[in-house]
Design a protein. Structure first.
Length: 106
């Protein structure tokens, strides 16, 4: 497959185009925005509200600290993992069969 044809396919793929825009903003912004702010903190708030509604006034402070600290860290890890998987898929889509043959002895 010619390189210009491969680029045409990549441009037409909406997932690739969207990821190209996201990755242009950088890994750290992605991890913080999608992992911590988009996943970790909302889950921590939801879990905190759920615990408060079930336990009422007998709510342990240690549980609050664990929710506030551990769930955003989990979001951070999910963000890093998502970035790595998405980047690997993006790189695979950009690797043309012709470029792999360069340098190989047949």
């Amino acid at each position: 497959m010619a390189i210009h044809t491969m680029h045409r396919i990549i441009r037409k793929n909406p997932k690739t185009t969207r990821w190209a825009q996201v990755r242009a903003q950088g890994k750290s912004r992605f991890v913080w925005y999608y992992g911590v702010l988009g996943l970790g903190i909302p889950i921590a708030i939801f879990k905190l509200c759920l615990d408060l509604s079930q336990r009422g006034e007998d709510f342990p402070v240690l549980s609050v600290l664990l929710n506030v600290l551990l769930l955003p860290i989990c979001g951070l890890l999910v963000g890093v993992l998502t970035w790595s998987i998405s980047e690997r898929r993006y790189q695979q889509r950009h690797t043309s069969p012709d470029s792999e043959q360069i340098g190989k002895v047949v």
